[in-house]
Write a protein that binds this ligand. Structure first.
Ligand code: TRP
Length: 361
């Protein structure tokens, strides 16, 4: 069986370092591993509109931002199809058919949907499109016969729901769809990178994100004001690592080479942590190290972004070509789905013959 990746992001803002360690970095590694037959990376504008219906301009502006972020981290259009969800009408058609296989109560139990409804204060005014987006996400994944879906941990319930739809579809209509596997980061810190203020979630409204497109100076300022251990006041005080954002970021980003290059007094992160816990290591020193580590990782991303920003029409062309390839793949699956569901009237000569026999006497 071919190995196929499908994944994507909602274009509701620029992508940040949480997206990077949670999924983007992995996608690039997978892309360059050469292990996959096809790779589809989707800008989920239609999904973004499910809770931004009154703000289409925001979504439109962020499509190009996300595309630039994708290209700047090293997703390569020669290896990965970058495309825009709304341009593949086949996906909506699949969603309409899958809707018959999912109950309202099952959607109500989806933990991600539940959390999002609370977060947005939707209560009684949940848009139907928003409520059903897990079904549309199942279409995104199955349309490309994806075997592997590299995403962040918050997407786990979506993958569960997709697998259920696949099993249900295949059991009712015959083996047609492929059951996908989720691919999560192995590293605990990457799984849930906190905001710079130590809050569990990075979000634009909280102003606690480091964006991939931030300038060197922005990143430095954000790192220097990061939340650490509020009880670590004097350098000699012993410091705590739990909930200490600077160390969580080091867990997610630092490599042994960084110590040799930027902080040769320590061999590795364990030694640095040990000193911090013992006391005698100040926050500023650790923050300066983290800044070096982040700049090391972000500088090539920033440079690549600057190159692509010089030719925006070409970025749209990349998305258009990717969308054309994606549409073809989705159309193939949709045809199989329709065949399985017996709604392929005009290509079924046996059906036409059977019906004419019935009426020929
Ligand atoms: N829900 C994802 C997000 O919030 C975006 C998305 C839409 C997606 N369809 C997908 C991710 C299919 C993976 C697979 O960013």
């Amino acid at each position: 069986m071919s190995k196929i990746i499908l994944t994507g992001d909602r274009p509701t803002g620029r992508l940040h370092v949480g997206h990077y360690v949670g999924s983007l970095r992995r996608r690039v590694e997978l892309q360059n591993s050469g292990e996959f037959d096809k790779i589809f990376i989707m800008i989920a504008d239609a999904q973004a509109l499910t809770d931004n219906a009154d703000n289409p301009e925001k979504i439109r502006q962020n499509v190009i931002e996300v595309a630039l972020d994708y290209l700047s981290v090293g997703l390569d259009p020669a290896k990965s199809n970058l495309f825009i969800q709304s341009q593949i009408s086949e996906l909506t058609e699949l969603t309409f058919f899958y809707m018959n296989l999912v109950t309202v109560s099952r959607l109500q139990r989806n933990p991600t949907v539940k959390a999002e409804i609370q977060m947005r204060n939707f209560e009684a005014s949940i848009p139907v499109g928003f409520f059903t987006y897990p079904i549309s996400q199942a279409s995104d994944i199955t349309a490309f016969k994806a075997t592997t879906v590299p995403v962040g941990e918050d997407q786990l319930p979506m993958l569960e729901q997709t697998k259920e739809i696949v099993r249900k579809f295949n059991s009712v209509y015959g083996e047609t769809l492929v059951e996908p596997e989720i691919l999560l980061p192995e590293n605990e810190a990457c799984l849930r990178l906190p905001g710079t203020d130590g809050k569990a979630k990075m979000s634009k409204s909280l102003g606690n994100c480091i964006y991939l497109s931030d300038t060197e100076e922005d990143v430095r300022a954000k790192v220097m004001s990061m939340y650490t251990d509020p009880e670590h006041i004097k350098i000699t005080d012993p410091g705590k690592l739990e909930g200490n954002t600077v160390f969580t970021y080091l867990d997610a980003f630092s490599k042994p080479e960084h110590f040799a290059e930027f902080l040769p007094e320590y061999n590795n992160l364990d030694e640095l942590k040990e000193h911090y816990q013992r006391g005698g290591l100040g926050d500023v020193k650790v923050k300066k190290f983290l800044n070096n580590v982040l700049q090391d990782e972000l500088a090539p991303i920033r440079a690549r972004r600057a190159e692509f920003e010089k030719d925006i029409p070409e970025v749209y062309n990349i998305l258009k070509r990717g969308s054309d390839v994606a549409r073809e793949a989705a159309a193939e699956t949709l045809a199989e789905v329709k065949r399985a569901m017996k709604i392929n009237y005009f290509e079924d000569s046996a059906l036409i013959e059977e019906q004419s026999k019935k009426y020929s006497r």
